[in-house]
Design a protein around this ligand. Sequence first.
Ligand SMILES: [Mg+2]
Ligand SMILES: [Zn+2]
Length: 194
Amino acid sequence: MSGASPDREARAPIRHVILDRDGVLNRELESGWLTDPRQWEWEQGAIEALEVWSEHGIRISVATNQSGIGRGVTSRQAVDAIHHWLSKELAPLGVELVGIFVCPHAPDGGCECRKPRPGLILQAIELSGVPAEETIVIGDDLRDQAAGRAAGATVALVCTGKGMRVRDSVDEDTLVFENLIEAATWTVARTRAG
Ligand SMILES: [Mg+2]
Ligand SMILES: [Zn+2]
């Protein structure tokens, strides 16, 4: 881990993690957008991380840009079916999500929810009941940290998905983890210290 300033390290415990989906929970597809649950392949450490957070009572949300809907490449129905499947996969592991927050809009749609805008993050924070100061946003792309920062959360990059390519471009406030399990280990330590 690197890139964390001492001020950030000293901040409040983390009680809510907001995760990007593609490249963080699941492997990105070369072809672009997942349209079917059968295309879902877990990223390294992702399931284990979800279990660790759940065991420690840390709430979990997913915030994902799915512009394939707005572009007409996939449908809202297909995306919802994947998320329904995901929730069912996680239930037996004791992992329950606050919610899966989706921006369905095309990049030129001018919406408030597409990351790097903070709309999805603010929705997740509101529904969780956990303040932004006790929230961390974790993603594999700079727009994830931009959205989290704009919402007032702690922000982190994981080096799965696009993460390896952008790790040298992160802002100074960004925590950098190899993968999600390293992020989970850090979060739990942070929360215990608080
Ligand atoms: Mg991503
Ligand atoms: Zn949107």
